[in-house]
Design a protein around this ligand. Structure first.
Ligand SMILES: Nc1ncnc2c1ncn2[C@@H]1O[C@H](COP(=O)(O)OP(=O)(O)OP(=O)(O)O)[C@@H](O)[C@H]1O
Ligand SMILES: Nc1ncnc2c1ncn2[C@@H]1O[C@H](COP(=O)(O)OP(=O)(O)OP(=O)(O)O)[C@@H](O)[C@H]1O
Ligand SMILES: [Mg+2]
Ligand SMILES: [Mg+2]
Lengths: 220, 220
């Protein structure tokens, strides 16, 4: 359902260029649980941003459900992201002036869910599922690093997206809390969701059906 | 050299209170290499902020080299931090508009090191030691997550501080890059520096001479 063909992402800097991704070809079926691994700086987040329609390739083609994403304008890209894709960012990207509950409610608001008890309940349930029931009114700076990470996870899950992109979702979590998160992902995978997970943790990578390893912007 | 006696850190919120630290007593000798571990939300970063003079206890006493830190004003606290303590934050806290090189140079500038080749060389060497020689002119948003983490590490090391506080310094690093960082810490420890390291990674914790485990704001 998801095809990258000869995708490159190049940054021009001063006199040189950085090939963050270099001629990547990758196909992912609907419902797969795939882990992307590799050294720091090898291109994992760059690949996730392209898959998640947050960035465009410099060269090559990205087909999502047979649609050539490179040909879409920014509004259509935003539309795809809001409908289909839940994204957990490596650096969380929470809105600092909003509570955890409000941060998680934001995708529902943008998704046109009607204001009211139902919307709040959906957001609260997502936060409960990641163990934050007693932190829902805290702002990000009133939360620990791993709690912020879990708010970002709840926000990505709240609309039950068909594709979940998770960029190092357990990096700030102890092993037991991390396992709870990966169990949530496994359950979603069994329900048919597509899960693409970047991790540095081999133990986490093992939950995936397939591991794609990057090195210097290329698939190893 | 570092004594916490019955230290608590309490946040008042609405109708209740959160005991982020609850009656902690802990002594750390000069030159120790100690790991602080525990579940997400158990109080590790709060403890680090108090040890690093970035926060004050709500109750109890913190003696640093026999000096009662609680009695000092903000300027004196800032003075201690700049002179003695290198701090690697869980969320990096880099200055977004400055290059990696400039970010690492900042403590030298504040420390009164004279402008010139020597100061730049010191900053560059710190970045080389964490494998970022070819990224020194990148700004934080032009760096991967693990590269940002390593800039934060270089910045903490650049003045060769006698106390290094590292809050989850390998959370965004693959195991091989993470080991390089921990080797740097071990080397500093052998040179007599005091290293206090928060980690979720048992493998990293094993490098320390002693592990202190927190749970719900208390030492286990
Ligand atoms: N400003 C604040 N107001 C209210 N509660 C806070 C505040 N800052 C932290 N807390 C709470 O204090 C507790 C301890 O936070 P701390 O950041 O020390 O945890 P931690 O052990 O570092 O967790 P992690 O492993 O997730 O980084 C958490 O439950 C957190 O929600
Ligand atoms: N805006 C940019 N300009 C220039 N170079 C960039 C930019 N963004 C990223 N890079 C470079 O692209 C490379 C890949 O970055 P990416 O964030 O994809 O790595 P990563 O595999 O996610 O690393 P980590 O495990 O450290 O998070 C890095 O070497 C980085 O320095
Ligand atoms: Mg990354
Ligand atoms: Mg923390």
């Amino acid at each position: 359902m998801l095809h990258l063909k000869n995708v490159s992402r190049i940054y021009r800097m001063g006199s040189g260029e950085i090939r963050a991704l270099d001629d990547i070809s990758l196909s992912i079926e609907a419902g797969e649980f795939i882990a992307i691994m590799g050294p720091s700086g090898s291109g994992k987040s760059t690949l996730m941003n392209i898959i998640g329609c947050l960035d465009r390739p410099t060269a090559g083609q990205y087909l999502l459900d047979k649609e050539d994403v490179g040909g879409l304008d920014d509004n259509s890209l935003a539309g795809i992201r809001n409908m289909e894709i839940g994204f957990i960012f490596q650096t969380f990207n929470l809105l600092p002036r909003l509570t955890a509950l409000k941060n998680v409610e934001i995708p529902l608001i943008y998704g046109g869910y009607r204001r009211g008890k139902g919307r709040l309940e959906t957001a609260r349930t997502a936060l409960e599922s990641v163990g934050l029931a007693d932190r829902i009114y805290h702002k990000p700076n009133e939360l620990s690093g791993g709690q912020q990470q879990r708010v970002a996870i709840a926000r990505a899950l709240v609309k039950n997206p068909s594709i979940l992109l998770a960029d190092e979702p357990t990096g700030n979590l102890d092993s037991s809390t991390g396992e709870e998160i990966i169990r949530i992902f496994s359950k979603l995978s069994h329900e048919g969701k597509t899960i693409i997970l970047v991790t540095h943790d081999e133990a986490v990578g093992r939950y995936a059906r397939r591991i794609v390893r990057l090195k210097d912007g290329r698939i190893n």
